[in-house]
Ligand binder design. Structure first.
Ligand code: SF4
Length: 293
């Protein structure tokens, strides 16, 4: 089946002007989420789940959720800005207040890979996309996770404002032996904000490929570079928001990226608690498999 991305939280520590996401208004019970993940494992042979933004560390019971998913035998990739690893952290987007400190050791023990975003080597570049996250805060989170024995991945959204900064970012990665992978994502002009602000971030395929070549040449030897173009990600994700709503971006039939795929629409599939949701998903997965074959 497609990669499953579970938005564990309904808020974020940063406010990315190019955010692809639709945020849920509520947070579903952990028992319901875990039951649904188990059903996906049993029905679709799901082996891996990505727990991502709205930032997972804004969810008060994130560690029990990760433990429960881990005990299902799933591989767990966690994508987080990482702010609450450093201490109590201010929520700045889709909510207010402060998230409690989340111990890095507790999370490292039950995850297979932790993805931390780094979109620039200076705050001026970094904060064009990941507003409010400084380079120092990202490197501090990496240091903590490195010490906690986590397996790390760096996530970089490559956009019009940082293509010349790939080599300096690569240099920063050399400080951390725990970094296994560096994922480069070509900016995708989708979602309410990503589509609205697309002119600021859009890059051509050739500029993205050039950035990928630089990353491969300059990445430290222990870091595998993974390149994720817009075409390569099309039809590849099934998302579950914090309220349990399952959705995918609205995308055209052809496997390669088309101009009409840049939109702020999504296809709603149902809720994790709906009767018959697994049958509905099975039919959709069969249809998608034909498109991507
Ligand atoms: S793109 Fe930015 S604002 Fe959106 S969920 Fe991810 S970190 Fe949060």
């Amino acid at each position: 089946m497609r990669s499953v991305i579970l938005s564990a939280g309904k808020s974020c520590f940063v406010a990315c002007p190019g955010c692809y996401n639709y945020f849920g208004r509520t947070v579903s019970d952990t028992s319901q989420v875990v039951r649904f993940a188990a059903a996906l494992r049993d029905r679709f042979a799901l082996e891996k789940i990505t727990v991502g933004g709205g930032d997972p560390l804004t969810r008060p019971d994130i560690v029990p959720l990760l433990r429960s998913l881990h005990s299902l035998g799933l591989r767990i990739h966690l994508d987080t800005v990482g702010t609450a690893f450093l201490g109590p952290a201010r929520i700045r987007f889709m909510g207010a207040g402060t998230a409690e400190h989340v111990p890095a050791d507790d999370v490292a023990a039950v995850t297979d890979l932790i993805g931390i975003p780094l979109d620039g080597s200076t705050d001026a570049v970094q904060q064009q996309f990941r507003r409010h996250a400084t380079v120092a805060s990202q490197l501090a989170a990496l240091s903590l996770l490195d010490k906690a024995g986590a397996r790390l991945c760096i996530n970089t959204v490559v956009h019009a404002g940082n293509t010349e900064d790939i080599a300096p970012i690569a240099k920063l990665l050399g400080r951390y032996t725990a970094i296994r992978e560096w994922q480069l994502f070509q900016f995708m002009p989708i979602g309410p904000l990503g589509h609205r602000n697309r002119e600021r971030f859009l890059i051509s395929n050739s500029d993205f490929e050039r950035a990928a070549v630089t990353a491969r040449e300059d990445a430290p030897g222990n870091v595998r570079v993974t390149v994720k173009s817009t075409s390569g990600r099309k039809h590849r994700y099934l998302l579950i928001d914090s309220a349990g709503l399952i959705w995918t971006p609205e995308q055209s039939h052809p496997a390669a990226w088309q101009s009409e795929d840049a939109n702020d629409r999504r296809q709603l599939i149902g809720n994790i608690n709906d009767a018959g949701i697994l049958d509905r998903l099975m039919a959709l997965e069969d249809a998608i498999a034909e498109v991507t074959a």
